[in-house]
Write a protein of this length. Structure first.
Length: 412
């Protein structure tokens, strides 16, 4: 076994190792990034997860969207999103240097469009709010939109450019983070953690997505989302470059193009915990996608998926010490924002572990804003927790991971 633990002054125990300095529960992007940061600072790190990277991040589109995701009543969350997005260029470069892996980080920006007059009116209301926060969003006329993306439908009534809303490929990101963490010295083990009292470590970090509810008693709930993956018929790049977020006859949809020829189309938001993929959701997403970018009708439908986002009562993440247990830090509840918030979450939690103190950014997101019901015993059945169900377009069967005890904490 490994040993040691951060000292009271934030140092690391360098003696003979019997226990780890840090145990991270959950090997999604957030958990792996924390493990990487801690291991790179010389700590002995163990990560527990039966199936790393098979949770919400396997479904996520990878949008880094602090502007398009700035919603009414979420000012503090918007500040955290903006801060983390600003860290992404350096984070991506550092990860590439550490691993040599291309994580699909792209910076063309995002177009937000409205198909009808009503759609455009709804979008404009949000843009006005975003501009009032000082966020970079530039309204564009239909002709200006089609100059940037000729593939957009002629019916589109208008839109806006969010140039700082970028994207990354989560299915490349997670393996890269795992490689970086392991190269820095972190150890991944497949045993699940069912009770925090069973963990022996200087500090335990719960980055377990929806599974954090059973471990900590915090109000983290599953929010279902269904997503599609399309592919160009010839395998070449899609006929558009920007991420497109649209309103199409009242249906919200996003289209995320990849250099590989893939286009991610999503996503439903459902207060449910099942992992079924239903025909109605596929129909609504495809109809909205083709209404905005008609050429998608000719693309291959290669995958349909459902996953569970870890939501909270105020839609904001839970970051910091668990009430009454200062040696347990929580990094969960990221809902739609797990990918974009990965860099800032890793930095803030690692600073807490190493004695850097609590950054003021953490204040609105501390666990003590919620009542906590401690978990005294393992559940008879592991909770649904960021799991994924997927089926190929030709019906080769579903793959579910709802039986997992913990999952990663990401979605967009």
């Amino acid at each position: 076994m490994l040993t040691g633990g951060p000292s009271s002054t934030g140092g690391v125990n360098k003696g003979p190792f019997l226990t780890p300095d840090v145990v991270v529960v959950g090997a999604g992007p957030v958990g792996l990034a924390i493990a990487w940061r801690c291991a790179a600072r010389g700590m002995r790190v163990v990560v527990h997860d039966p199936a790393p990277g098979s949770g919400a991040s396997h479904v996520a589109a990878g949008m880094l969207a602090p502007v398009a995701e700035a919603y009414f009543g979420e000012r503090e969350l918007t500040g955290l999103l903006t801060e983390s997005a600003a860290r992404w260029p350096g984070f991506a470069a550092e990860l590439a240097e550490a691993t040599g892996v291309d994580i699909g980080y792209r910076t063309e920006g995002t177009l937000v469009v409205g198909l009808t007059a009503d759609d455009l009116a709804e979008a404009r209301r949000l843009w006005a709010y975003q501009q009032g926060l000082g966020l970079p969003v530039t309204p564009l006329r239909p002709s200006q939109l089609r100059e940037r993306e000729p593939a957009l439908a002629p019916r589109v009534r208008g839109g806006a450019l969010a140039p700082t809303d970028h994207q990354v490929d989560p299915r490349r990101l997670v393996p890269a983070l795992r490689l970086a963490a392991e190269r820095a010295g972190a150890v991944l083990v497949s045993e699940p953690v069912r009770r925090l009292r069973d963990v022996t470590a200087g500090v335990t970090v719960v980055a377990a997505g929806c599974g954090a509810a059973a471990l900590t008693g915090l109000p983290v709930r599953p929010v279902k989302g269904q997503v599609l993956r399309l592919r160009t018929p010839d395998g070449g790049p899609p006929g558009f470059r920007h991420v497109v977020r649209g309103y199409a006859d009242g249906e919200h949809v996003y289209l995320v193009p990849r250099d590989s020829g893939e286009v991610v189309v999503g996503a439903t938001v459902e207060e449910r915990s099942d992992l079924g993929v239903c025909a109605g959701a596929v129909l609504r997403l495809l109809r909205a996608a083709v209404d905005l970018v008609p050429e998608l009708a000719e693309y291959d439908l290669v995958e349909t998926l459902a996953g569970l986002r870890p939501g909270t009562p105020d839609n904001a993440p839970i970051l910091g010490p668990l009430p009454g247990q200062p040696d347990v830090l929580v990094a969960t509840g990221h809902h739609r924002h797990g990918i974009v918030l990965t860099p800032v979450t890793a930095d803030l939690i690692t600073d807490l572990i190493t004695g850097g103190g609590a950054d003021p950014l953490l204040a609105p997101f501390r666990p003590d804003r919620f009542a906590v019901t401690p978990n005294a015993a393992p559940a008879a059945e592991p909770p649904p927790s960021g799991g994924v169900a997927s089926a190929s377009a030709v019906g080769s069967g579903a793959r579910t991971t709802s039986e997992r005890a913990m999952e990663d904490d990401s979605w967009n």
